[in-house]
Design a protein around this ligand. Structure first.
Ligand SMILES: [Fe+2]
Ligand SMILES: [Fe+2]
Length: 236
């Protein structure tokens, strides 16, 4: 028996309502980063800006295939809106970077690893990789917001955190419902593999973005522990 998809109407409403909600940010062109702040955060922001952007074709393809077996049309609609929301994050960061003369990155090896795993197979793996990055993003943007006095950057971080929190909630709900349909032993191995992916990614982010993380008031232990808490909360 094929289980039903969870109720997606509420999520469709959320994504529709939030669509193009850029007005939360007041673009103050006078407010630029100090030289010291810029040196600390620019490469890190550039990497996140690159990571936030995706055409999302592969995700839509996987989603179409997955939702076909449920004869569902809402999931694809939500996925398109979700991709738009991620592209908006990238766009906002790009605009901020341009305002502050921060160079746009075209390539980053950690970003390529994430994209490669996401493209390997199916909808479930794509969502698993996405949520891994989004959970870490929650604490990263918190650190970035505390690492600066720049009001515009703080507002941007706040908006992205708010939306990523919704994404984490939405995707964990989907993943939990997918995993529930598997045997106990598969559920166990999937959980262990996901936690391994999460911890490896977290280690990479800690090394790569340590300047922002430390400036944002975290140390290695508190950044690690906060992230593990976020992961455990998402899947409890
Ligand atoms: Fe995002
Ligand atoms: Fe997201």
């Amino acid at each position: 028996m094929i289980e039903k998809l969870p109720d997606l109407n509420e999520w469709e409403n959320y994504f529709l309502k939030n669509n193009g909600n850029l007005q939360k940010i007041t673009w103050n062109y006078e407010d630029s980063l100090s030289k010291e702040e810029r040196n600390c955060v620019s490469r890190s922001i550039a990497k996140f800006q690159l990571g936030e952007y995706s055409e999302g074709q592969k995700l839509i393809e996987f989603c179409e295939k997955y939702s076909q077996k449920y004869e569902d049309k809402i999931l694809k609609k939500i996925t398109s809106l979700f991709i738009k929301e991620e592209q908006a994050h990238s766009q906002i960061l790009k605009r901020f970077m341009e305002l502050n003369n921060i160079a746009i990155l075209k390539y980053d090896w950690t970003d390529n690893i994430f994209r490669f795993i996401r493209s390997l197979s199916g909808y479930e793996l794509s969502i698993t990789v996405l949520i891994t990055a989004e959970i870490i993003a929650l604490t990263y943007y918190k650190a970035l917001s505390k690492a600066t006095k720049n009001k515009l950057l703080k507002d941007i971080c706040l908006k992205i955190i708010e939306e990523e929190r919704k994404h984490v909630l939405y995707e964990s709900m989907l993943l939990k419902s997918m995993r529930k349909q598997k045997t106990r032993i598969s559920q166990f191995f999937i959980f262990v593999a996901h936690k391994f992916l999460f911890c490896s990614s977290l280690l990479l982010v800690l090394i790569d973005h340590r300047n922002v993380i430390i400036r944002g008031g975290f140390n290695v232990y508190s950044f690690w522990a906060t992230n593990i808490d976020e992961f455990d909360n998402a899947f409890k």
